[in-house]
Design a protein around this ligand. Structure first.
Ligand SMILES: Cc1ncc(COP(=O)(O)O)c(C=O)c1O
Length: 393
């Protein structure tokens, strides 16, 4: 018990990612736990950051982003999805998607408000909603295809509902929401005067014939959606934390009201470099190359897991695969992942951390395949030694 910690913080515990990564380091395990690319981002982006630093672009940026980056973000969404946004009044640059999400929650929630989330959910959401005095109401995505029950979703909307938060493509399931699903959500938002917050950090990492559709582009949703994204995953620079939110001027004003007092502004040279990244990607084959690279890595990971007798659940996006460990004789996913870590030498995340009641989570393990292929192959070799649960586990 930490006598200095507020009740708000004390009730949160520590994230599972830190714990697994630390253990993986100590044990020399291959870390496929935390979601970050194990390869470098593009050279031109690195050079652009160095140039900006050398050109002394090192003072506070304008609080809502440097105009060049706001413009590049608007151009990117226009080109990819036909979503037009005014860079000055509708695009806000934030310190990662994480800060965009927090500024959104603080900007739009009043105490007692609820945010509907799909479960399993990214673990920051409930904490951030609670910082704003609100809470999350989960609606379950069901195995094996990660569909949801439209009636359960409709029942989740009530007089306290302020927003729904959609992770699309979804972490940890890899689900990409279909237009039909988005329209169902859109109808509920309109019927209940609720806002759709959409976390699209994996929008460029999708597979096969999956198509990513921002809910902001669906009928009636343009002015009640907050589209959040990050350049971290797309350009393999998660440490730079350049994210953004696109929303109507009124919603943007609410987000900025919080943002100005959270970070005020985001690192100037990295904004310059990300403007270069987005501008270049508009003209080059960057996104297509990224998709083929991730498709190959996904295939390597899938083959490794299946070879180890671990069935893989369907995934159309993100750089995670969920393996089904239900038949392996383990009590729960944490026991399974600890066995993987200690006995097999591979770190994965137990997705029960993404459930409100972890005891109801299916027994799965989340593997991040955003790694060099030789690392995935080494992991596959280790996984081939996976045995059944030792008696009593
Ligand atoms: C669904 C989702 N949202 C947001 C983030 C955080 O994004 P950022 O690093 O830009 O804050 C992550 C990172 O793993 C994520 O998986």
């Amino acid at each position: 018990m930490n006598r200095y910690a507020s009740k708000r913080v004390a009730s949160l515990g520590t994230t599972v990612f830190g714990e697994i990564s630390q253990l993986a380091n100590e044990l020399g395990a291959i870390n496929l736990g935390q979601g970050f690319p194990g390869f470098a981002g593009p050279d031109i982006v690195k050079s652009a950051a160095k140039q900006a630093i050398d050109a002394n672009q090192n003072q506070y940026a304008p609080p809502y982003g440097i105009p060049r980056l706001q413009q590049a973000i608007a151009d990117t969404y226009q080109r990819a999805y036909g979503l037009s946004a005014d860079p000055g009044s509708e695009v806000t640059v934030t310190t990662g998607a994480t800060e965009a999400l927090l500024a959104t929650m603080l900007g739009i929630l009043n105490p007692g408000d609820e945010v509907v989330v799909f479960e399993p959910f990214y673990d920051a959401y409930p904490a951030q909603a609670s910082f704003a005095g609100g809470s999350t109401r989960p609606v379950r995505l069901q195995t094996p295809d990660w569909s949801f029950d439209p009636d359960e979703l409709a029942r989740a909307f009530n007089e306290r509902t302020r927003a729904i938060l959609i992770t699309n493509p979804h972490n940890p399931t890899g689900k990409v929401f279909t237009e039909e699903e988005l329209d169902l959500i859109a109808d509920l938002c309109q019927a209940h005067d609720a806002i759709a917050i959409t976390d699209e950090v994996y929008d460029r990492i999708i597979f096969d014939d999956a198509v990513h559709v921002p809910i902001a582009t669906r009928p009636g949703m343009r002015d009640r959606s907050i589209t959040i994204n990050s350049t971290g995953k797309t350009f393999s620079m998660t440490g730079w934390k350049i994210g953004y939110a696109i929303a109507s001027p009124e919603l943007t004003e609410a987000i900025r009201g919080a943002h100005q007092f959270i970070t005020f502004a985001t690192a100037t040279p990295f904004q310059e470099a990300m403007a270069t990244a987005l501008e270049d990607a508009l003209e080059s084959s960057y996104y297509a190359d990224l998709k083929s690279r991730y498709t190959a890595l996904r295939n390597t990971m899938k083959a490794g897991l299946e070879n180890a007798g671990l069935p893989v659940l369907p995934a159309s996006g993100s750089f995670f695969l969920l393996a089904d460990a239900a038949g392996r004789g383990f009590e729960d996913d944490v026991t399974f992942c600890m066995h993987l870590l200690r006995e097999v030498g591979v770190a994965a995340i137990p997705p029960s951390a993404f459930y409100q009641d972890p005891s109801t989570a299916p027994i799965l393990a989340r593997f991040c395949f955003a790694k060099e292929s030789d690392m995935l192959e080494a992991a596959a070799q280790r996984l081939a030694n996976l045995s059944q649960a030792p008696a009593g586990s």
